[in-house]
Design a protein around this ligand. Sequence first.
Ligand SMILES: Cc1cc2nc3c(=O)[nH]c(=O)nc-3n(C[C@H](O)[C@H](O)[C@H](O)COP(=O)(O)O)c2cc1C
Length: 198
Amino acid sequence: MKHYVVVITGASGSVYGLRAVEQLLVSGHTVSLVATPTGAEVMAYETGLRLPEAAAKETVLRFLDLPPDSALRVVADSDLFDAVASGSSAVDGVIVVPASMGFVGSVAAGLGGDLAERAADVALKERRPLVLVPRETPLNLIHLRNLTALAEAGAVIVPAMPAFYQRPETLDDMVNFVVGKALDVLGIEHQLFPRWRE
Ligand SMILES: Cc1cc2nc3c(=O)[nH]c(=O)nc-3n(C[C@H](O)[C@H](O)[C@H](O)COP(=O)(O)O)c2cc1C
């Protein structure tokens, strides 16, 4: 089984990040979850899940209704001494979902100022999969240029753009489509949406 880093930033749509965590854990992978400070605030506002400093893992697993022994690590964004800050650690991919334009700009500039940015930067330098699920609209030229720079550096950009051809009936269906497309990039099997013509 593999080890993925899931980064939740302060863009709207933390539900996408939580669904990604849930799916990866259910598939038997290890997940290191990093929420930026604004990511944690927006997540609390949008989903009601407030990340405590102590027992964060238990809190997330309870929220996701997953067993307490699931392979989840919740790591503080300020902890640049964590394993996933180093290219020497065994990480199979990083997924930033949702990705704010601030985060996209920082990673495009190579800042690596906190664990979330550093994990993304390490994925690029080590040529490991980096999947970004940006959420902003409309996009200005700076956003577009930063996303282009990241795509040129090897990231795969999976915009939070639900489709309608699979005829979604619920909000969950729409969330699942976006998350499923991001997981497809990492080659992770899932049943989040029906495949076209299958
Ligand atoms: C409720 C809320 C929703 C936001 N939604 C977005 C968004 O969809 N996209 C975005 O780029 N920024 C959004 N922002 C702004 C970011 O949170 C802000 O730029 C922040 O500095 C990003 O920092 P981070 O990437 O370290 O989390 C939102 C902020 C709030 C409070």
